[in-house]
Design a protein around this ligand. Structure first.
Ligand code: HC1
Ligand code: SF4
Length: 571
């Protein structure tokens, strides 16, 4: 332990603790901008500077360890002045058009400037801007970039994808796509983690809200919207309502006010995914067992699918052929629902509300047009975009009362809702695999030890006398480690779930941004709470799924289901 004083407060912390963390332990919270704990502690922005008695230079507290006898002053005149100048220097290279910025009111730099009372921008400088493909789902605005390097570090260290690097030098330094490539030519998996870790509006999703408004205004179209599992755990975060109040039924009410004609639940097709994927696994493991070198991989996360396609293309055939719940929903909406409504599928405009940026690309993949009338999913909005729509429609979230989903695609089970948390797809699948293999339901919590936040977890369960080895990973560096170990024969699994974003969709790149807070775990817990309280906890008990299969009963069933619900993921 080391003893020191910070702003005249005595502090005792373990050796190696940074001054920043030591200060926090006694309630002194220094501002930061570039700092991301254990990921980016390079002291680039110099906003966290403090004065140490006896030293001539100020230190960056995020990467300077506290030491015995230190006397730290975080707000001495020198420290205060330096911090202010450092922020002004950053502002001098930043396009400060805050009213039109996507991160206005949720920007680390704006908050800092406000907190420090900087009410004029003393410098102005042209920022070299590179052309950007504005059709790509990930948008970069150089004029907002403060070169904090968070995107570089997150993409490298957390996702092992390495898209971003430094271009130019000195005051002309910018962040660009490595290898001087266009973003669309790169291996970007569109996880959006660089967006959720960007402190400013330099990185964002492509804004598709105007397309939604245009569709809503078109009276020829029937607007059908689906809400993804993880959205319900997060949509209220930036709207000033508590997680408890921000129920999915209040989101249904908001979407109805916005004017969507039908509001359905992606959880319904999450249940459908489990039936299809569960059957695929049972065939592979129990009915027709073959010694597979590689496990069956879940296929619902488009970031993970993109990652494997670019990094390990020889393993694509081991993906489950089931489409993701988002894509199954679109296919079912434009076939089954169109038949129920007795309308031509081309009149259905299918919108998804997703916690994900990669879903914007998934819906545009070739082959995701199962009725031949256009894409199954027409438009994907992130949780952030739907929040913007709610605000733009001057809906007062605190005045919303709960409303029900429409039917028949509004019924779902607790197994469907946990898709939004890491391990949830595996747990949901195992509940139904057990049933499909034995004819009996297991205890609904029999597979709960796949839960957790460790990046790579494994378990063995015994079903019908056979050991079933499974693994779950989230975050692509963890996924890469797991895939490498499988390839080297160091580990052997039957079934593997991977979600690209740490914590799964709860921590998705399209979720509301909370500066310096990782909320995937708390959101995931709220999904597990919904599962626990569900009347139905097994996908195979969803009565609406039974009705859908009955609709396609007969000779046509196998062909029709395959066409609607499966894909080879190679597009
Ligand atoms: Fe997900 Fe999925 S769980 S991928 O994280 O399989 O986005 O929430 O909608 O499709 O259901 C995301 C979430 C989501 C799909 C489902
Ligand atoms: Fe990297 Fe993901 Fe950002 Fe693409 S979206 S640049 S893969 S962090």
């Amino acid at each position: 332990m080391v003893k020191l004083t910070i702003d005249n407060l005595p502090v005792e912390v373990p050796e190696g603790t940074t001054i920043l963390d030591a200060a926090k332990s006694v309630g002194v919270v220094l501002p930061t901008l570039c700092y991301l704990k254990d990921i980016n502690d390079i002291g680039a922005c110099r906003v966290c500077v403090a004065e140490i008695e006896g030293r001539s230079k100020l230190v960056t507290t995020c990467n300077t360890p506290a030491s015995e006898g230190m006397v730290v002053l975080t707000n001495s005149p020198r420290a205060r002045e330096a911090r202010r100048i450092n922020v002004q220097l950053i502002l001098s290279q930043h396009d400060c058009n805050c009213p039109t910025c996507i991160r206005s009111t949720n920007c680390g730099l704006q908050k800092l400037a406000n907190d420090l009372g900087i009410i004029s921008q003393p410098f102005t400088k042209d920022v070299p801007e590179k052309k950007w493909d504005m059709t790509f789902p990930l948008i970069k605005d150089d004029s907002k970039c403060i070169k904090c390097m968070r995107c570089i570090q997150v993409c490298n260290k957390v996702q092992s994808v390495g898209i971003w690097g430094l271009d130019n030098t000195g005051s002309r330094t910018t962040i660009g796509v490595t290898g001087d490539r266009e973003i669309a030519e790169s291996d970007c998996v569109l996880c959006g983690q660089c967006v959720t870790h960007c402190p400013t509006g330099a990185l964002s999703e492509r804004d598709d809200t105007m397309k939604a408004f245009r569709a809503l205004a078109n009276s020829d179209l029937i607007t059908v919207v689906q809400i993804a599992p993880a959205v319900r755990a997060a949509w209220g975060e930036t709207l000033g309502i508590s997680r408890e109040f921000a129920t999915v039924k209040r989101l249904v009410a908001a979407l109805r006010k916005i004017g969507f004609d039908y509001i359905f639940d992606t959880n319904f097709t999450a249940d459908l995914t489990i039936i299809e994927e569960g059957n695929e696994f049972v065939k592979r493991k129990f009915n027709n067992p073959e010694p597979n070198r590689y496990p069956l991989f879940t296929s619902c996360c488009p970031g993970w699918v993109r990652f494997m396609k670019s990094q390990y293309p020889d393993m694509m055939e081991h993906f489950s052929t089931t489409k993701s719940p988002q894509q199954m929903f679109g296919a079912v909406a434009k076939s089954y629902l169109a038949e129920i409504l007795k309308v031509d599928p081309s009149r259905i405009f299918c919108v998804s509300v997703m916690p994900c940026t990669a879903k914007k690309a998934e819906c545009a993949l070739p082959g995701m047009d199962s009725t031949g009338t256009g894409p199954d999913v027409d438009l994907v909005l992130t949780t952030r975009e739907i929040d913007r729509l709610i605000v733009a429609e001057h809906i007062q979230p605190m005045n919303l009362t709960e409303e029900e989903f429409d039917q028949p695609m509004g019924i779902s089970t607790g197994a469907g809702v946990i898709f939004g948390a890491t391990g949830g797809v595996m747990e949901a699948a195992l509940r139904s695999v057990y049933f499909l293999a034995t004819g009996k339901n297991p205890d609904a919590d029999a597979f709960a030890n796949v839960r957790g936040m460790n990046g790579w977890r494994e378990s063995t369960f015994h079903i019908e006398g056979k050991p079933v080895h499974i693994a779950v990973a989230s975050g692509l560096q963890n996924a890469r480690n797991l895939v490498e170990a499988i390839r080297k024969g160091e580990v052997r699994y039957d079934f593997v779930e991977v979600m690209a974003c740490p914590g799964g969709c709860s921590g998705g790149g399209g979720q509301p941004i909370a500066m310096n807070k990782e909320l995937a775990q708390v959101r995931g817990q709220s999904l597990y709470g919904l599962d626990k309280n569900s009347a139905l906890r097994f996908s195979h008990e969803n009565p609406s799924i039974g009705a859908l299969y009955e609709r396609f009963e007969g000779d046509e069933l196998v062909h029709r289901v395959h066409e609607l619900l499966h894909t080879d993921h190679n597009a």
